[in-house]
Design a protein around this ligand. Sequence first.
Ligand code: NAG
Ligand code: NAG
Ligand code: NAG
Ligand code: NAG
Length: 458
Amino acid sequence: MKSRIAVVVTLCLTLYLISTSCINKHPISPASDFFYPQTPTPPTPAAYPPPTNLSHLLFGILGSEKASHHRKAYTESWWRPGAARGALFLDKPPSRPWSPTLPPYRVSDDLSGLLHKRDLRAQRMVHGIMEVMREMGEEELRWLVMGDDDTIFYVDNIVEVVSKLDHTSHFYLGGLSEFLMSSYVFSFNEAFGGAGIILSYPLAKALAADMDACLKRYAYLFSSDNTTKNCVADVGANLSPQMGSHQIDLRGDISGLLSAHPLSPLLSLHHFDLVDPIFPSKDRFESTRHLMTAAAADQSRMLQQIICHQRQSNWTVSVAWGYSAQIYEAIFPRSYLQMPLETFRPWYKHRGVLIPYYRLNTRPLSADPCEAPHSFFLEAVEKSAERGEVVTAYSRARPRPLPPCSSHSADGIDRIRVYSPAASRYQMDRCECCDIVGLDNHTAEVRLRECLVGEVIA
Ligand SMILES: *[C@@H]1O[C@H](CO)[C@@H](O)[C@H](O)[C@H]1NC(C)=O
Ligand SMILES: *[C@@H]1O[C@H](CO)[C@@H](O)[C@H](O)[C@H]1NC(C)=O
Ligand SMILES: *[C@@H]1O[C@H](CO)[C@@H](O)[C@H](O)[C@H]1NC(C)=O
Ligand SMILES: *[C@@H]1O[C@H](CO)[C@@H](O)[C@H](O)[C@H]1NC(C)=O
């Protein structure tokens, strides 16, 4: 106790001496200088550790030589040559010259000596974690991102999400399947790899160190994601599910899913080969590139759902930023519209497959004119000259083959223009709100803004 008092007294004395000596250095300074100092303020010390950026991420992409020819468009859509680090692992060397717009390729290790079984596809994928760490895992890296050759990543959003986490901890991030049965059969605790698996560096290192032993422990499994989950569990970590990672274990038209994205940054999309092209009258690769034009303008808002009401005409406008917009000829609250419209079909459907199919609450498709939306899809992205806003324009896909809900038909509207601030917005505690700022016979104009205190979207 005594010594503590002594310390406090010494500290006070020291502070007193420092402060008096500082004052004495400027004996003629007028008092106002104390409040309005003329000396430049010292630079704030650099943040430590420096903020995470793309250079701290390492990507390991697993593909096959055969599929690489047509799937390269998916990887090219997000890969940033020269800025992103990583490799694309193939089952055998490429038969054609390798494009510089892709990650450099590596050929996966031959595991037939390690594991005595015939089908090693699942194990090759998991072993890729160790291989990419061995080839490129420098110490300054913070995160390892594993994906498939048909995964579409949103890398700025990944950087944003991981930069909020401690990269020196053990993190296993990823998405669950939308198809309930997949999670039931494999695991509710696993990242479905097509949607990307994000591992903090210490966890990736621990997995790499245990890799061969883990593959032997689970050699009987035929699923790479289930094996990875088991290896992660055995080094002591578990999944932190990410709502923005999309495995897309669905079939058909996924526009309903993409038009009601959860309030979470879009991290990945997958399985574009197996669903309908996401834009009407565009093929899969055109669709991928088209979606990326919006991402290039603002990744943070990609697919974020913003809802506003036009009370005079009794309409609700819902925007999935950068992808689609809908007009409903009725007033619906956000609580309802945040459920995806069930435009899609289950991954598979036969006897023995459990109902319900989805790990999502959905809205059924409806032929009721007050319930069925008018649908618009991204047409163009531009920068407004006056305000510096980003303007995304959505055009009508097709006429809605239904009578109007009331005297206020939206049949004539063929375009929706949405103005959003130029600055990205990663605040995910609350969505943005919007106003309908212009409406003529053909075009609706919507401006995004922060929601007001106490604003209710209903
Ligand atoms: C990324 O962070 C590193 C420091 O960790 C820094 O040297 C580098 O300049 C940063 N890169 C970008 C593009 O900001
Ligand atoms: C996934 O792994 C767990 C744990 O090893 C196992 O019990 C389960 O059967 C596996 N699922 C499939 C479909 O392989
Ligand atoms: C507005 O829509 C609701 C259904 O959501 C309907 O009951 C009501 O009559 C409509 N009002 C007008 C003025 O069209
Ligand atoms: C919009 O539609 C109304 C009614 O159909 C019509 O009277 C008006 O001239 C139209 N305005 C424009 C700018 O086309």
